[in-house]
Design a protein around this ligand. Structure first.
Ligand SMILES: *Cc1c(COP(=O)(O)O)cnc(C)c1O
Ligand SMILES: [Zn+2]
Length: 420
């Protein structure tokens, strides 16, 4: 099959480099991204062909950075996750057209599988033998899983204070887990040094231009599920800000290659107040990100120096979106609200997004006629600790109807009649 990724281009100065495991511009040290031949894609790609493709993110392979015509994707079944119409949640918030993109049901239970599937495919094509990452948790899970699938060695770097479930959910695939005593930003700094020193494929360092492209499929799938239309407004959680930028890019690309009508999608970003460098800059009306030391239960979003922060700010401002920062209490309430209204259990990052949705709805910042899509990016079973002491619905009883009756606090039956 044909490939359309042509070169790497600097997001700041536009200088180009050949496709390869590099991530900074030769000229200005700016970050690189993939450049495609969009005219060729527009000429070749039809909706029907995508619809006939695999039920995974690889149905959009023309818009992903494959290095060779015979590249075989490393695919553990990621993507084509449900777009759920959220009627009960919408009603609760006074909205009319609300959808949840439930990306918590990917194989390693977060959206990171999209990015890692693309990066691992590139790493294998480039001949690397070791797959690595600096992670706030979910990325480590996904890298370990994809390395197993591809037959590569995995070394994942995490902050030592990570949630226990996220450590198990990496460990089971057999990687080397390096728990670093420090914040994610310390972990990331170390990873950058290791990438240079050891020549490993760090999916979010030297393979970052490839890695980041995977998240575009979160825009493609939503547009396809809406009958090849972009929504009016999307609400996206932000850590480094890459996910938000790539969702925005994905909708633009679909219009550029003629698969949807052009439309300006409002892009809003959500962070936890305890780590909100991007939202804080938005609130202060500046482009300057001031680094923060994270202090929040939303550990998967806890990046104090967000690499894509300035780009995310630009996407939000230029689309007339909003930045919202929510407290840890609001995060827990957000997790419960989504579960109680829609039957979906998300991790703390999803609690951030739902809490941001609620805040925007309460502020009247959402138009009744807008089609709003909320991105739920990770699974609740990864962060059960967040709910500890917050759910009070267990009643312990003896094994009899009488005991149950007492617990229910009703007297529908005469105790003698139901004695067992
Ligand atoms: C990594 C992550 C994000 C955000 O990622 P960025 O691209 O760094 O902004 C959102 N949600 C979850 C669950 C994540 O693991
Ligand atoms: Zn440059």
């Amino acid at each position: 099959m044909k490939t359309y990724a042509r070169e790497l281009v600097c997001r700041v100065c536009g200088a180009t480099q050949p496709l390869g495991p590099v991530y900074v511009c030769d000229e200005c040290f700016g970050p690189l991204e993939i450049r495609y031949d969009y005219d060729a894609i527009a000429a070749d790609l039809r909706r029907e062909e995508i619809e006939r493709g695999p039920l995974s993110l690889w149905r959009y392979r023309a818009l992903l950075p494959l290095l060779r015509e015979d590249s075989q994707p490393v695919d553990i079944g990621t993507g084509m996750t449900p777009l759920v119409r959220a009627e009960r949640l919408a009603e609760r918030l006074g909205l009319r057209h609300l959808y949840i993109k439930n990306d918590a049901v990917n194989p390693s239970y977060s959206f990171k599988d999209r990015a890692v599937s693309v990066a691992t495919t590139a790493a294998r094509d480039m001949g690397f033998d070791t797959l690595a990452c600096a992670s706030t948790g979910n990325l480590a899970n996904s890298v370990a899983a994809h390395a197993a699938r591809a037959g590569l060695r995995a070394v994942v770097f995490i902050p030592a204070d990570l949630e226990p479930n996220k450590i198990v959910a990496s460990g089971v695939y057999g990687p080397m887990i390096v728990a670093v005593e420090g914040t994610y930003d310390d972990v990331n700094r170390l990873a950058t040094l290791v990438a240079e020193e050891y020549g490993w494929a760090f999916v979010n360092v030297n393979l970052r231009p490839f890695y980041a492209e995977g998240a575009k499929t979160l825009a493609y799938e939503v547009a396809e599920a809406l009958g090849w239309q972009a929504p009016d407004h999307v609400i996206v959680p932000m850590a480094s800000g890459a996910l938000l930028c790539k969702i925005a890019k994905g909708f633009r690309e679909l219009a550029q290659v003629g698969l949807i009508e052009p439309k300006r999608v409002r892009v809003s970003g959500a962070q936890a107040r305890g780590c909100s460098p991007i939202v804080t800059a938005l609130e202060q009306g500046t482009d300057q990100i001031v680094p923060q030391t994270p202090n929040t239960i939303a550990k998967s979003l806890a990046i104090g120096t967000p690499a894509d922060g300035p780009f995310a700010i630009h996407e939000i401002r230029s689309s007339n979106g909003r930045g919202v920062a929510v407290t840890d209490d609001e995060i827990v309430e957000g997790i419960k609200l989504l579960a109680e209204t829609e039957g979906l259990f998300t991790e703390t990052a999803g609690g951030v997004t739902v809490a941001a949705l609620k805040r925007l709805a309460e502020q009247g910042a959402l138009d009744q006629d807008e089609v709003v899509v909320v991105y739920i990016t990770g699974n609740g079973l990864k962060t059960p600790d967040a709910l500890e002491g917050r759910l009070n619905n267990v009643v312990t009883i003896g094994p009899s109807l009488v005991d149950l009756e007492r617990a229910l606090g009703t007297q529908r039956y005469e105790p003698e009649l139901v004695a067992v």
